[in-house]
Design a protein around this ligand. Structure first.
Ligand code: SAH
Length: 376
């Protein structure tokens, strides 16, 4: 139909922002979760689908991109976990949101000291961006002996013994926000400011009953905000079910807080700087801090053992960051040694990533406590 063709070609020339504005103008405000999902994962214009987000040339840098020490130490932790599981002949080595594949590449290199670990590993990448998959494939070509599989969702992976790693994945799962008024909890929505033709926050007029421990606290004041990340709790439940039925451990690393707390942590980063989350959707990374208490409580509820969260600095120090750094520095030039030291410092110093980032482990309850989580 000519009419249909016209509509298609017109909508193809609109930006994501324009289309969101039209949608909101026609149907009313959308939730922050819907906004975030579209801005990050829209099949054509989503941030991870169209941009080149990670690394010095991109918008943000992650721990494995900063230093190979990160992936190597995690690789050794995974090898130890595999030994603790009784060295199964086959297991799923899963990474959620592998970015440019650097972390897995460093893990596999470090794991070469146990060839049987590599022979047993079936690598699964949970990745919904075709563009990121291409980058990952390029890096995995360096490990041609390893079989790598890509899936869109965790649930597409066949059940079995598993070791899972997720670095800076949970922070990009869509959140909802709820704000307290004298009437109760109202969802914070993304609407339109008609006078300025810009996207803006507004509260849903009707309060809703909120199933969240903080919502029941008598200390909640007007304007307090609760963030809820339903995809995160669903995913944790799915992982916990696997870990309940099979030997394995999952390591979740992200920025966030130990205990659930009020506050707005929805943020955007473009070109290594904070920017306004509602400006130019699809062109900035959108994230929210991870509520580790909520993740841990969800996993415990599903009968999984939970360790931590501990700070990333503590975790890496306990796993011998300093010794690994010394070993790597041997035979290197002064300049190379300084770069290695600077990288290690950025990962672990309290005023860098060491405190803001946390590490939590979920594990099959029959396994002994994992390395790195001694005393908490
Ligand atoms: N772990 C990487 C990069 C994290 S960036 C690192 O440490 O460098 C987030 C990654 O998760 C990207 O690869 C992005 O494409 C992917 N991603 C984001 N949302 C996703 C979703 N809902 N499902 C699957 N993958 C997702």
């Amino acid at each position: 139909m000519p009419g249909t063709d016209k509509t298609t070609s017109k909508s193809a020339t609109l930006t994501l922002e324009q289309r969101l504005k039209t949608l909101i103008a026609q149907r009313g405000p959308i939730s922050i979760a819907d906004y975030m999902a579209d801005a990050l994962s829209h099949p054509q214009e989503g941030y991870y689908m169209s941009g080149s987000p990670i690394g010095a040339q991109g918008d943000f840098t992650t721990a494995p991109e900063i230093s190979q020490l990160f992936g190597e130490i995690i690789g050794l932790w995974l090898v130890q976990s595999w030994l603790d599981m009784g060295s199964p002949d086959a297991f799923n080595l899963i990474e959620l949101g592998p970015g440019r594949g650097v972390l897995m590449s460093d893990i596999l290199r470090a794991a070469r000291l146990r060839p049987n670990f590599l022979r047993a590993a079936n690598v699964w990448f949970v990745e919904n961006s075709g563009r990121m998959r291409l980058e990952q494939k390029k890096r995995m070509d360096l490990h041609s002996e390893i079989k790598v599989n890509w899936v869109d969702r965790y649930n597409d992976i066949p059940e079995g013994p598993c070791l899972l790693i997720a670095n800076e994945f949970f922070d990009c799962l869509p959140i909802q926000q709820f704000e307290k008024t004298h009437l109760g909890w109202h969802e914070r929505m993304v609407g339109m400011d008609p006078t300025k033709d810009t996207l803006t926050y507004e509260l849903a007029p009707a309060p809703i009953p909120l199933d969240h421990p903080l919502a029941k606290e008598e200390t909640a004041k007007d304007k307090d905000i609760i963030e809820i990340c339903t995809p995160a709790t669903k995913l944790i439940s799915q992982i916990a079910k696997t870990l309940h039925n099979h030997k394995g451990r999952a390591l979740i690393i992200d920025y966030g807080h130990y205990s659930s707390a009020f506050g707005d942590t929805f943020q955007a980063i473009r070109n290594h700087e904070f920017c306004a989350p509602l400006e130019k959707p699809g062109t900035a990374d959108l994230t929210a801090h991870v509520d580790f208490q909520m993740l841990g409580d969800t996993a415990i509820h599903e009968n999984t053992s939970v360790y931590g969260a501990v700070s990333q600095g503590t975790f890496l120090d306990r796993l011998g960051l300093v010794y690994r750094l010394q070993a790597l520095c041997r035979g290197k030039t002064q300049e190379e040694q300084e770069a290695l030291r600077a990288g290690a410092n950025r990962l672990s110093a309290a005023d860098q990533m060491g405190e803001l980032f946390k590490v939590m482990c979920m594990a099959n309850p029959e396994l002994e406590p994992p390395a790195g989580f001694e005393n908490g």
